[in-house]
Design a protein around this ligand. Structure first.
Ligand SMILES: Cc1ncc(COP(=O)(O)O)c(C=O)c1O
Length: 395
């Protein structure tokens, strides 16, 4: 952790960390420069390489994710890119879940082949199919703890064991779960990554990502990759994300409680054809979710409400009237803003078919049950009554 600047403040240090809004640092002499270059703990030189706000945030998140180390990147996609660029070579393969965020699919399917890396996609809820696909010895297996958008949950511990048996590293995108619901590193993942843009920063005013891992040998490669490919973060975003992180657990607990009740309420509405929420026993992965998502894992031991079961703040529901019904809902219930992201403090919605999965082929969307009537809700912490009152207008 960087040494606090005390020279102009006597013995006092600010309770709230300063924003080090500087792209470069001043270095006393060449010996100091050498010392910093040889030991990153001694100071900072250039913000694209490292800066105090990212360093603080990375240390906090690594602790929350039960990882030995962490780095902050300029976005969630930059976090995925940093892992790929630091670990993969031309001629290698990546095996990925066939239910992922649309841009991640594009990265694997369209971008990686340009660099000589082949991507295969597999249903990670079918462990036999994963076992068969691992025979090709992919370098990485990539999954989302809870998939975007239909919240399919994967068995991280089982996948980690299978991957390791084949010499493959497991990378888990934990964005929809957050470390409040599950900590993939404790279940055997080799890398965990998060889009901090979502629940962790929590106020829709930040674009950032995080990579965490235990293997200290890859840390220099990931740090260098992040700087060389320009994947780094900016200080103000890190400062905001640190502030968001302080309330993550409280927000998640409140939002998860709202989501659970809202899912049941939506299932009773006549215009709703189907609800997808892992906390409901009609979700295909309810049993698995109950095992891996509900473990009480309070951040930094706050212990608040350990007995609650948490299935996440995300849910999907399908309006019977398809695209037209969705448009009608958007016009009649504007208090639930159509904002194609997630993790805001209040409830927002998205339409996966035209946003996150827009560039996925219609056939693939059909396979994944991403229909034109499907709405994805990111449930917030406002009162449940207020959410229901607004949603009723759109029903
Ligand atoms: C599951 C998941 N992973 C990664 C990302 C990418 O994160 P970012 O937008 O911060 O690059 C997203 C964005 O929506 C996402 O939903």
């Amino acid at each position: 952790m960087s040494k606090p600047i005390t020279s102009s403040l006597g013995e006092t240090i600010p309770l709230v960390p300063p924003i080090y809004q500087s792209s470069v640092y001043t270095i006393p002499d060449l010996d100091a420069l050498d010392a910093i270059m040889n030991d990153g703990e001694l100071g900072f030189i250039y913000a694209r390489d490292a800066h105090p706000n990212a360093k603080r945030l990375a240390a906090l998140l690594a602790k929350d994710e039960a990882a030995q180390w962490g780095i902050i990147t300029g976005s969630g996609m930059a976090a995925i890119s940093a892992i790929l660029l630091a670990t993969m070579q031309q001629g290698q393969r990546i095996l990925a879940s066939n239910r992922l965020y649309g841009r991640t699919v594009q990265l694997f399917d369209k971008e990686l082949p340009r660099f000589g890396v082949t991507a295969d996609f597999v249903d990670c809820n079918e462990l036999g199919a994963v076992e068969a696909a691992l025979k090709k010895k992919p370098r990485l297996l990539f999954v989302e703890t809870m998939s975007n958008p239909l919240l399919r949950v994967v068995d991280i511990a089982a996948l980690a064991k299978m991957a390791h048996d084949h010499g493959t590293l497991l990378v888990v995108d934990n964005t929809f779960a957050t470390p409040v619901l599950t900590k993939p590193m404790e279940l055997g993942a080799d890398f965990v990554m998060e889009s901090l843009t979502k629940m962790i920063a929590g106020h829709s005013d930040v674009t950032l990502g995080f990579v965490g891992a235990n293997d200290t040998e890859v840390l220099p490669a990931i740090t260098a990759t992040s700087s060389i490919w320009g994947l780094s973060s900016n200080p103000f975003d890190c400062w905001l994300a640190e502030r968001g992180l302080a309330t993550l657990e409280l927000r998640m607990r409140a939002a998860c409680a709202n989501a659970a009740k809202l899912a049941d309420w939506l299932a009773e509405q006549s215009c709703v054809a189907r609800v997808w929420y892992p906390g409901r026993d009609d979700h295909p992965d309810h049993e698995l979710a109950s095992r891996i998502l509900c473990r009480p894992s309070p951040l930094r031991g706050s212990g608040v409400g350990d007995e609650e079961t948490l299935f996440g703040n995300m849910l999907c529901f399908e309006l019977s009237g398809g695209r037209e019904a969705v448009n009608r809902f958007l016009h009649t219930a504007p208090g639930i803003p159509f904002s194609p992201s997630l993790g805001h403090s209040t409830t927002t919605l998205s339409h996966p078919a035209t946003t996150s999965h827009r560039y996925v082929s219609p056939a693939e969307r059909k396979r994944q049950d991403i229909t034109d009537g499907l709405i994805r809700l990111s449930v917030g912490v406002e009162s449940l009554e207020r959410i229901q009152e607004e949603m009723t207008k759109g029903m």
